[in-house]
Design a protein around this ligand. Sequence first.
Ligand code: C2E
Ligand code: MG
Ligand code: MG
Ligand code: MG
Length: 280
Amino acid sequence: SAKADGGDDFRYYREGAEERAREFVSKTSEIRAGIRRREFAPYFQPIVDAVTGSVEKFEVLARWKHPTRGVLGPAEFIGVAERSGLIGDLSHILLEEAAREMSGLCDRVQRRLVITFNLSARQLRQEMIANHLLQVVIDNGLAANQVVFEITESTIMDDPPTTRRILEELRGYGFRILLDDFGTGYSSLNYLRRLPVDGLKIDRSFVARVADDVTDAAIVKAILAVARELRLRVVAEGIEEEQQAECLRRYGCDQLQGFLFAKPMPGEELEHYLTETAER
Ligand code: C2E
Ligand code: MG
Ligand code: MG
Ligand code: MG
């Protein structure tokens, strides 16, 4: 009877869970096949100097050139890749490709450009990760000081001592570290105090209303004041309007990133983008 089964609510819940489990399994095998067929590719979004507007670096953002569904964003696959343990392989091909494309671009435009690259929690618990990342970067034509790793607070939370040790290893090799989505976690300031980082990215949620909400403006100013004291670089992300850029410039933010400047783009478009912005 329905009672013995735990009732309709239970059945509903169980079927929902089974459905989700099935989806997880099929998504996992689809991602695995996508990795094998190299359907994942890096897109690049410019990060510009707040004052001069010159392009300083590019954030690498994962995209899936899906055979039937078009170009998919990370919301469609990063979570499943993390939970299924595929994130290491996925990240590997992305870093390989991003470093290769960026080193080619540097040769063509005769500039020393930098990429920023997002790391997952799982990767920062892997024993040999720092050494592995260095190898991938060097094998594909970039130097360690041309790569900045972005980590979030949730990445660190699981195991602060291990994370700390790995971050120190990475910095020992010449990589730099940025705290991403800064301000959204539950103990942002505590991490700043304890972790070896070179800078932070103010989360888009604070940037959105920085020009018209006094509270958000106060928070952004406070973050910038702390960063200045600690000699940390600050990037503001998610800049969509000129007024937001203007505020952040006035408050002393170092670098800006957002659709106002450019959306993430495939590697083939970077050279054109650089020539075009240089002429502006
Ligand atoms: P994130 O690292 O905070 O990246 C910034 C996100 O904001 C990107 O979304 C970017 O496209 C978006 N964005 C940039 N400027 C604007 C703007 O002006 N307005 C709006 N509305 N959005 C803007 P995306 O590419 O969808 O990536 C989402 C998240 O997925 C990233 O957040 C990052 O946490 C994760 N991710 C992306 N690529 C990778 C990867 O290779 N590895 C890992 N582990 N995570 C990744
Ligand atoms: Mg990021
Ligand atoms: Mg972010
Ligand atoms: Mg984010």
